[in-house]
Design a protein around this ligand. Structure first.
Ligand SMILES: Cc1cc2nc3c(=O)[nH]c(=O)nc-3n(C[C@H](O)[C@H](O)[C@H](O)COP(=O)(O)OP(=O)(O)OC[C@H]3O[C@@H](n4cnc5c(N)ncnc54)[C@H](O)[C@@H]3O)c2cc1C
Length: 285
C-alpha cells in the first residue's frame, strides 16, 4: 500500500463485570496502533447512555486518542438528546456518530416512535443547536438498510442525512467490495462528496459472523460461509482464513480509493491488531 489510510476503531460499553475489567487493557492495546479515533456505541432508546459516557471517559483516560460517542435518537426526547450533546460538548467531544438506532421489536414500520423518526432529523437538530462544533458521522448502507423500501429510496434517505449536515459516513459491515464501489458510484453521480469509510468486521467465529451479517442484511459470500462452517471448531484455522478474507477486502477497498477503514473491534484487541499488521496500518497519517 502506498500511503497509510486513516483508520478508526469501534468499541461498545462492556456488558459484564469481566468485560469492564478488561476494557482498559483492550483500549491500551488498540491505542498502540494509533487510530484516528475510537467510536463508542450507544444503545437505542437510551438503554446504555451511561455506559457510552463511561466508556468514553475510559478511552480518554487510557489512550489519549479522540473519542467519538454514537448517539441514537429513536425513543428519545429532544430534551434528552440536547442534554447528551451538552454533556459531550462540556467533556470536549468534537465528533459524534449520529444514528436513528434500531427500532423496538414491536415497531411495525421503518418510522421510529418518539420525537425523532430518522437520523437526518438528529443531524439537523445537532446542527441547529451546536453549529459546526461537532464533526458528524452518519451510517451508510452499501447493501441497503434492511427496513428500506428499495435501494433507491434508501439512497435518497442517505442523501437527506448528507444535506442535513453530515460531514462523513461509516458503512454497515460488508464482505462484498463491489457493493461499496457501486455505492460510491451512486454518490459520485448524486454529487455527494463526503468521505464514506468502509465499516470492517474481523471474522472471529462462524456463529457470530453469521448472526451479525444476518441481522444487518450483509451478504456473506457463500464460499466464505461454507469455509467458515467447515472450520468452526478449529479456532486457529478459522482465524487465519478470516484474516485472509478481510485483509484482501481491505486491500481492494484502499487500492480503489476508500478514504479509510473503521474497524468493528467487538472489544477484542488481537483480531483488529492482526489485521492492522497485515495491512501495515501502524499510525494515523
Ligand atoms: C456505523 C454504524 C454504527 C452504528 N452504531 C449503532 C449504535 O451505536 N447503536 C445502535 O443502536 N445502532 C447502531 N447502528 C445500527 C443503526 O442504528 C441501525 O441500522 C438503524 O436501524 C438505522 O439507523 P440509521 O442511523 O442508519 O437510520 P436512518 O438513516 O434514519 O434510516 C433508517 C431507515 O429509515 C429510512 N428512512 C430514513 N429517512 C427516511 C424518511 N425521511 N422517510 C422514510 N424513510 C426514511 C432509511 O431508508 C432506513 O431504512 C449502527 C450502524 C452503523 C452502520
Amino acid at each position: 500500500m502506498s500511503s497509510a489510510p486513516n483508520f478508526s476503531f469501534e468499541l461498545f460499553p462492556p456488558r459484564t463485570p469481566e468485560g469492564a475489567a478488561r476494557l482498559p487493557v483492550v483500549i491500551r492495546e488498540l491505542a498502540a496502533a494509533r487510530p484516528q479515533y475510537f467510536s463508542i456505541t450507544h444503545g437505542a432508546g437510551g438503554s446504555d447512555q451511561e455506559g457510552t459516557y463511561e466508556t468514553l471517559l475510559a478511552v480518554v483516560a487510557h489512550s489519549g486518542v479522540e473519542a467519538a460517542p454514537h448517539l441514537t435518537c429513536v425513543g428519545s426526547t429532544r430534551d434528552n438528546v440536547a442534554a447528551h450533546l451538552d454533556r459531550y460538548r462540556a467533556a470536549g467531544v468534537k465528533r459524534i456518530v449520529a444514528l436513528r438506532g434500531d427500532l423496538p421489536a414491536t415497531a411495525m414500520s421503518a418510522a421510529a416512535p418518539g420525537e425523532f423518526h430518522y437520523a437526518s432529523e438528529l443531524v439537523s437538530f445537532i446542527r441547529e443547536r451546536h453549529g459546526d462544533w461537532f464533526r458528524i458521522e452518519v451510517a451508510a448502507y452499501p447493501e441497503m438498510h434492511p427496513q428500506a423500501a428499495s435501494p433507491g429510496q434508501d439512497f435518497e434517505n442517505f442523501r437527506r442525512k448528507v444535506e442535513a449536515g453530515a460531514d462523513a459516513a461509516i458503512t454497515q459491515l460488508f464482505y462484498n467490495a463491489d457493493a461499496y464501489f457501486d455505492f460510491m458510484e451512486r454518490c459520485a453521480r448524486a454529487g455527494i462528496t463526503i468521505p464514506i469509510v468502509p465499516g470492517i468486521m474481523p471474522i472471529t467465529s462462524y456463529a457470530s459472523i453469521t448472526r451479525f451479517t444476518g441481522g444487518c442484511g450483509a451478504d456473506l459470500p457463500r464460499w466464505v460461509r461454507l469455509r467458515l462452517e467447515e472450520l468452526q471448531f478449529d479456532k486457529a484455522a478459522l482465524l487465519d482464513f478470516g484474516l485472509g478474507v478481510v485483509t484482501r477486502l481491505c486491500e481492494t477497498l484502499i487500492k480503489n480509493g476508500a478514504p479509510g477503514l473503521h474497524i468493528y473491534t467487538i472489544n477484542q484487541a488481537e483480531p483488529t491488531l492482526r489485521l492492522c499488521r497485515e495491512l501495515a496500518l501502524t499510525a494515523h497519517a
